[in-house]
Design a protein around this ligand. Structure first.
Ligand code: ZN
Ligand code: ZN
Length: 174
């Protein structure tokens, strides 16, 4: 997690970000372009580290401030995805958010969180996308029309306004 002027950011990428420690200087080795040098073979440590930072720092702060549990459903939506700019949305548990955004192949996911912890977005860049913006929110809840229990909005819609137990009950007696 990186703190910027207006945002916190976190990045997950399919590119290797491992650094090579230079014992002589005590710093990371640089390549001929002045960028950090990468090892010939990546064991995936950099990826694991970026996921750790995403879930255990960045998203934990967001979840705590917004009262979102690890297993709570999130809605991930976009207006311009992939080369054909399709819009769409999907739901995913908070502790699997990154899985909903990864692609087969090369990609970079740049997560951005406003400093008041209200706005969470992710820009995905890949071979097929210059950059697609995803908005991430907690799945809204609505009260069940019969018993009043708060249920996820997608269940509310699917079950015609009822929670699952009320819906089952309704159809068992219909
Ligand atoms: Zn690596
Ligand atoms: Zn109900």
């Amino acid at each position: 997690m990186t703190e910027q002027t207006e945002y916190y950011t976190a990045e997950v990428t399919s590119d290797c970000r491992c650094e090579i420690y230079d014992e002589e200087t005590g710093e990371s080795k640089l390549d001929e372009y002045g960028e950090p040098a990468r090892p010939d073979y990546c064991y995936g440590d950099c990826y694991k580290e970026s996921l750790y930072d995403l879930y255990d720092n960045f998203l934990t702060d967001w979840r705590e401030k917004n009262d979102i549990g690890e297993d709570d459903l999130l809605v991930v939506s976009t207006n311009g995805m992939l080369w054909n700019k399709v819009s769409g949305w999907t739901t995913v548990e908070a502790n699997k958010l990154n899985d909903a955004l990864t692609l087969n192949g090369d990609y970079t996911l740049r997560y951005k969180l406003s400093k008041d912890f209200t706005e969470l977005t992710c820009v995905r860049s890949s071979h097929d996308e210059y950059g697609s913006l995803f908005t991430i929110v907690k799945m809204p809840t609505l009260p069940c029309d019969k018993c009043g229990e708060q249920i996820n909005a997608d269940v509310h819609k699917e079950e015609l306004g009822m929670c699952i137990p009320c819906s089952n009950d309704y159809y068992a007696h219909a």
